[in-house]
Write a protein that binds this ligand. Structure first.
Ligand code: HEM
Ligand code: HEM
Length: 179
């Protein structure tokens, strides 16, 4: 069935706004922006939070309340909103992050992020999420938890994150957040 966008908006507005912002542009650095993300990616995450495959105590609770239908309605509604522009921080970090993002690190077999997330970080539907303008703190947390194995719902990212040091994680996070 086609998603019911009005229902999606109503559910989102009743609950999710508190953390993800009225239109899915979270204002809190630790909470991800959902606006303009690929809906299929968001549905996958909600399913995996609910199943405990992506472990997060907060989102376990909120996803548990949602049916497959609710997830679809919310994901298709929230992604119709335009993402807010990113916020720039330290110029040196951003420059280092840009090099890693676009070219990887050859001598350590770190692949270019652009290969999967796209040259402009808009993502590639449906599997590869948009990173453009994402909250830097949130991106740091994801890369750190992929690296430690705490987030283990995607093996490609486990492999990439395993090779990144703390400074590189901070740098790519600041770069994508600045776009
Ligand atoms: C992550 C949806 C409510 C806090 C996420 C993600 C989705 C989502 C799809 C993953 C985003 C991504 O992978 O890029 C929703 C929906 C909600 C809701 C549909 C309402 C039903 C909330 C609330 C809070 C919250 C109320 C705060 C109390 C978080 C946090 C994360 C997250 C902290 C990151 C988890 C992590 O680090 O793995 N949410 N959310 N969410 N959400 Fe929500
Ligand atoms: C997810 C960053 C390289 C495939 C993610 C996420 C981040 C990220 C932060 C989580 C997004 C979110 O929670 O909203 C990066 C960076 C890279 C990189 C900084 C380069 C250093 C790659 C490469 C691939 C890839 C090379 C493909 C081989 C994926 C996939 C997901 C993802 C499939 C979604 C995982 C899921 O469904 O839960 N990436 N990535 N990434 N990345 Fe990457």
């Amino acid at each position: 069935a086609k998603p019911d966008l009005a229902k999606g908006q109503a559910s989102f507005t009743a609950v999710c706004v508190a953390c993800h912002g009225p239109d899915g542009n979270s204002l809190v650095p630790d909470y991800p922006k959902l606006a303009q993300q690929h809906p299929e990616y968001l549905i996958k995450q909600l399913q995996e939070f609910k199943a405990g495959k992506r472990q997060n105590a907060i989102m376990l609770g909120f996803s548990a309340m949602l049916s497959d239908e609710d997830m679809k309605n919310i994901a298709y509604w929230v992604t119709t909103n335009k993402a807010a522009p990113g916020t720039a921080a330290d110029a040196d970090l951003i420059a280092q992050g840009k090099r890693i993002y676009l070219g990887g690190v050859l001598d350590r077999n770190i692949p270019a992020c652009a290969g999967c997330h796209g040259p402009a970080a808009a993502g590639i539907p449906a599997q590869y999420p948009r990173l453009k303008g994402q909250q830097a703190n949130y991106v740091v947390t994801q890369l750190t938890t992929f690296r430690s194995g705490e987030r283990n719902n995607n093996l490609q990212m486990t492999g990439v994150a395993a090779k990144l040091n703390d400074r590189e994680i901070k740098a790519v996070a600041e770069y994508v957040a600045s776009l």
